[in-house]
Ligand binder design. Sequence first.
Ligand SMILES: [Zn+2]
Ligand SMILES: [Zn+2]
Length: 333
Amino acid sequence: MLSGELWSAHPHPYRDELLSSWLVRVAHANGLKVQTFCAQEFGNDHELWNRDIDRLAPAWLIESMSAKTGTPLKRAWETTLLGYEGKLYDKYHPAGQLRWVLPLQIYHRKRRGYGLQFCPKCLAEGFEPYYRRSWRVALYTFCSKHDVMLWDRCPSCGNGVVFHRLELGKPDLIDGPSLQCCWFCGFDLCNAPAVPVNKWNERMFLSWSRTLRLIDRGAVDSAGFDYSKLAVLHQFCALMVSTRCAPKLMAYVQERTNQSPIPLVKRRMAFELRSLAERHHVLGLSWWLISRWPSRLRAAWKHKVVRYNVLGKDFDAAPEWYLAVVEQLIHRK
Ligand SMILES: [Zn+2]
Ligand SMILES: [Zn+2]
């Protein structure tokens, strides 16, 4: 029986924990399956798990979680992806792609969403496993703490991570599998191979790791960090995979950096919908291209692998320092 001001068990969110992970832990700490807990506490009218609650968290849920666990309201909101507004993406909107935010693709029943990544070593650390908010970020392809690649799917069966589905169809489950198990095949995700990151360019990976640590800290403690750099990075990732806008760009950068090509899905799709392996490869090439700004871009332009007119394509609110360089390229034509 849950009564009183606080829930009888009321764990607080762990560092950088996602709302969905926190909610499942709260339910389990109270001895209930998460669906049962939610029906009992919030009523049957509120179906939570058919949406991405980390992105579309209703205010009443955050307010309840805050009040019933004794967590400051601000901290409770920080478990959602809203905190990246004005940093990773410009303005929050409930539908459509948010820059750098991995979609869960819940509505695509046939498509297996790969929108929640994990580091097997982080998952195995601490008192119990939990899922980090930074693992929903598309440029967060490796763990800067353990220097290993993240995973965006179960290495055993290939399904995406959907930890609340662990309980479906298991009516009496209370002490069931923990959050670290694959919902489909039961594989312990902490045992996923820890693959070391291949840091093929020291300076560039240093810069990338620093950025990931910033995101890891919730992107709150970011004084002095210029987020517009990430907007430009995103633009280059988009161009790099575009066979229409810059068909030779990726091959050029691969050659300059001595990186072997990897198979990429040719279809036009948002960068955030690509697999972890594709994103990691393209991100590395794009970081390299924006490093030593703007000399590498100028060299690419001289080699005619990128035209100035695509540099600003679909790039809303491009930063001034970037547009100034594009402008220079136009006049050097
Ligand atoms: Zn880790
Ligand atoms: Zn599995």
